[in-house]
Ligand binder design. Structure first.
Ligand SMILES: [Zn+2]
Ligand SMILES: [Zn+2]
Length: 273
């Protein structure tokens, strides 16, 4: 199983970092986790064309995690044969969001179908809304859904993804929670959005301070990883964004609390289990 951080940025635009998005791939199965800014560009950078995706899973409906879902859907559609489906799994609200997005794309879908004689099917994106405790499979990957605490964003979920040998928890955004601890039981790797609370507090912007109460700090992520006993802590969605190449230095505070392998880096950083 390979986990690739496609985008390590946040809602704050950054010339070096795409928005939140990751790729989890095992033999024969490739799944996109969240679809932030420029995720399709990074997907191709990871060597995966959108048509090769088997599913998209969404942790929550914050704009930074879904704003390029339309690009994923369109490029998957125009590069695939008749009937090719791109299933989308996400928390309640996902179906409404996807239907509205398809409505936004309606004119474009019409133009392309009228122009290409061999393109006679609309995008096929079946949505499954998931709840904590649900399980489902995509190809060779098994998924368990768990609640995360990203309030007032509710619902928000994380996914434990297993290939039968190894497993990773894609926790998305949020603060430490018992439900996240439970999802992490037995996992090998834990991927968490992190903020540097000390650096954010030094920025005199009231709206920026609001992000602190619903994201894990580097310290909190490390403490969660230590409690879970995972071998690998993968940090992403950095706020404020460190200069590329300095991520491990930026996250050095995690080392005080977690003795396992810490992964942090620029877009396209990956971990193989
Ligand atoms: Zn969020
Ligand atoms: Zn986010």
């Amino acid at each position: 199983m390979k986990i690739t951080l496609l985008g390590t940025g946040s809602p704050i635009p950054d010339p070096n970092r795409a928005g939140p998005s990751s790729l989890v791939a095992s033999e024969n199965t490739t799944v996109l986790v969240d679809a932030g800014r420029a995720c399709v560009q990074r997907l191709v950078g990871a060597g995966v064309f959108p048509a090769f995706l088997h599913a998209v899973v969404l942790t929550h409906l914050h704009s930074d995690h879904i704003c390029d879902l339309n690009d994923v859907v369109t490029t998957h559609w125009v590069m695939s044969g008749p009937g090719a489906a791109l299933p989308i799994y996400g928390p309640p609200g996902t179906a409404r969001m996807v239907n509205a997005m398809l409505d936004m794309l309606r004119e474009d879908v019409g133009y392309r179908m009228a122009h290409h004689d061999d393109l006679n099917h609309e995008p096929n994106v079946p949505v499954t809304e998931v709840q904590p405790g649900d399980t489902f499979a995509v190809g060779t990957l098994q998924f368990l859904v768990g609640a995360t605490d990203h309030r007032p964003v509710d619902p928000s979920v994380g996914f434990r993804i297993s290939d039968g040998t190894h497993s990773v928890v894609m926790a998305g955004d949020g603060v430490p929670a018992t439900s996240l601890d439970e999802l992490l039981v037995g996992a090998d790797a834990y991927v968490q959005t992190v903020v540097r609370d000390d650096l954010v507090q030094a920025i005199p912007n009231a709206r920026l301070q609001d992000i602190l109460d619903y994201h894990s700090s580097v310290t909190q992520a490390a403490q969660t990883a230590a409690r879970a006993g995972v071998a690998h802590l993968v940090l992403t969605h950095y706020v404020p964004a460190p200069f590329p190449g300095t991520e491990l230095e930026w996250a050095s505070g995690a080392r005080e609390h977690f003795s396992g392998n810490i992964v942090a880096g620029p877009d396209l950083t990956s971990l193989e289990l």
